[in-house]
Design a protein around this ligand. Structure first.
Ligand code: T4K
Length: 371
């Protein structure tokens, strides 16, 4: 039985990649901001429609160093309905995460709850464009302005998304994209920070290279987060095909939507106004009362057929063992509700329509069935 996993990395033809990396054998330049790194930076700046960009070895370190570059202190308002990375980037910077609940419809930060969480220690808001759903940008901007807060978006899921015609990474003070193998666009591992303020450029360049300013001066306590030339080469190849990949994902998403249309107990992500989507994920929320079986039962049943859906994002980050009960999950009830019911179904460019139909048939056949 062929396994169907939640996603499958997009890869260029082997010949295309070999052609792209050939000159590395002439130059022997493997990493430390080489020519491919520079070329990809220029191309991504244009593709993502952002003013400034700093490439890194992964999305997580982009976020962690992005926060460090802003020299923030105190509390950061964020959501727990995300991957471990978002919360860990805050905590690893010595900052305190303050968890805001999410909207039950698009799973992004509930902007009506932000102001009540602001204290004199709040320094920033870190919302997540989760699954590629765009946050309420205008309202977040209004609140940030009113209270003089920085806004850093976790845009890990929104590569290529546009809002009102503009690149999603151009909003807020900064946005982090992930180019991990599981993302719409990958550089194997990889990521970037996009930002407006040019002073962050120098700071990030330094921080991703140990804080080294020049051969004799080290004036930052940095990390090692440089994207290497093989990663950048993968990016240069994948970027040539990403639009086509997104179109394929769109067709698959449409098929899922058609198959599930009007099914009581299965809630789909909204199609957002003014948003050009990248079709990054296909989450469904199962209302066990209306549908008759739970999310976990569907997850287990699919596995019997070799189909590996994922519970992104369960558990919530504010319940992680590493935080030893420090955060009160009852303060984020919508996030808790969704995390217990959401299932992310397989979605990648090469997924066959027959496979989509089979996944939907298995799920739909479980409706109100006694297991
Ligand atoms: N913020 C958010 C909101 C994020 O979702 C993420 C990452 C980040 C920040 C941090 O960005 P990075 O530092 O990762 O750039 C995966 C990814 O590792 C992670 O990047 C991603 N979010 C998260 C949502 O998913 P796992 O633990 O589920 O990965 P894994 O190994 O179970 O892989 C999932 C499926 O992907 C596999 O079943 C098959 C497929 N796959 C996986 C790999 C590793 C491939 O097809 N090729 C591969 O090479 O976290």
């Amino acid at each position: 039985m062929n396994k169907i996993l939640v996603t499958r990395s997009s890869m260029p033809d082997l010949d295309e990649y070999i052609e792209e990396i050939k000159d590395i054998w002439d130059t022997h330049w493997l990493t430390n901001m080489g020519s491919k790194h520079k070329k990809l930076e220029t191309q991504l700046k244009e593709y993502l429609d952002v003013e400034n960009i700093s490439l890194m070895t992964n999305g997580h370190l982009s976020l962690e160093l992005g926060l460090q570059a802003m020299n923030l202190k105190g509390e950061v308002i964020t959501t727990p309905f995300t991957f471990a990375s978002t919360t860990h980037a805050i905590v690893r910077n010595g900052l305190t995460p303050v968890f805001c609940d999410i909207n039950p419809d698009d799973y992004t930060m509930n902007v009506n709850k932000i102001e009540s969480l602001i204290t004199d220690k709040t320094c920033a808001i870190l919302p997540v464009h989760v699954y590629g759903n765009v946050c309420n940008i205008e309202e977040i901007e209004r609140i940030a302005k009113k209270y003089d807060l920085k806004v850093i978006y976790d845009a890990a899921h929104t590569f290529g998304v546009r809002y009102k015609g503009k690149g999603i990474g151009s909003f807020g003070d900064a946005s982090m994209f992930s180019f991990h193998a599981t993302k719409v666009f990958n550089t194997i591992e990889g990521g970037c920070m996009c930002f407006h303020n040019l002073s962050y450029e120098k700071e990030l360049y330094k921080l991703k290279n140990f804080g080294i300013k020049n051969e004799t001066v080290v004036d930052g306590i940095g990390s090692n987060a440089k994207m290497n030339e093989f990663q950048a080469a993968m990016g240069l190849c994948n970027l040539r095909h990403v639009d086509e990949e997104i179109q394929k994902r769109k067709k698959i998403t449409e098929r899922y939507r058609k198959n599930f249309q009007g099914t009581e107990g299965i809630k789909l992500s909204p199609e957002q106004k003014d948003v050009e989507s990248n079709y990054a994920y296909f989450p469904v929320v199962i209302d066990e009362k209306a549908f008759g079986v739970t999310r976990n039962e569907i997850y287990d049943e699919l596995k019997k057929y070799g189909i590996y859906a994922r519970k992104y994002f369960y558990p919530l980050t504010n319940t992680f063992d590493c935080f030893n009960g420090k955060y009160d999950v009852d303060k984020t009830p919508a996030a808790l509700y969704i995390s217990k019911r959401v299932l992310t179904l397989p979605l990648y460019a090469d997924l066959l329509m027959d496979e989509v139909d089979r996944i939907c048939e298995i799920i739909l056949s479980m409706r109100k069935r006694e297991l």
